[in-house]
Design a protein around this ligand. Structure first.
Ligand code: C2G
Length: 127
């Protein structure tokens, strides 16, 4: 079984997130999504509208997602890859190059971001 992992806040879930999750799942058989905790979002200078628990509930309902775990710091990725027997690490290409250190532990894939949508655009359009 080929296992894939990806990380993110996934707030105000939108079709750009869904297309990322869909393509990540296509790379393997099992997709783990590490969702940033509310505390880690503060470290990322992000404030999610939905709490961690609610973002987790929503992600667990997505057909492409097999497991949701918390992302509580920048340093956990190597351990996560080892603990979950991950074969492929996936992120949108706005992160291109940032996680190449993981190439010693698994395949690293950066997928093109979906243009025209983002959580901040949703917030701006609604405000
Ligand atoms: N994404 C995308 N297209 C968009 C918006 C987001 O492909 N229009 C992707 C991002 O590239 C990322 C994922 O969806 O791979 C989640 O996006 P965010 O929730 O914004 O994640 P981010 O805050 O970048 O957190 O340790 C990594 C961080 O936790 C990443």
């Amino acid at each position: 079984m080929k296992k894939v992992i990806t990380y993110g806040t996934f707030d105000l879930l939108h079709w750009g997130h869904i297309k990322l999750l869909e393509r990540a799942k296509e790379l393997g058989d099992y997709l783990v999504v590490a969702i940033s905790t509310d505390e880690f979002n503060q470290v990322k200078h992000k404030e999610a509208y939905h709490s961690f628990e609610h973002r987790k509930l929503i992600l667990e309902a997505i057909r492409y997602v097999d497991e949701v775990i918390p992302e509580s710091d920048w340093e956990q990725k190597i351990q996560d890859v080892q603990d979950h027997d991950i074969d492929i690490f996936v992120m949108g290409d706005d992160w291109k190059g940032e996680f190449d250190f993981l190439k010693d532990y698994c395949e690293v894939v950066y997928l093109p971001r979906t243009n025209g949508i983002s959580t901040s655009k949703i917030k701006d359009d609604l405000s």
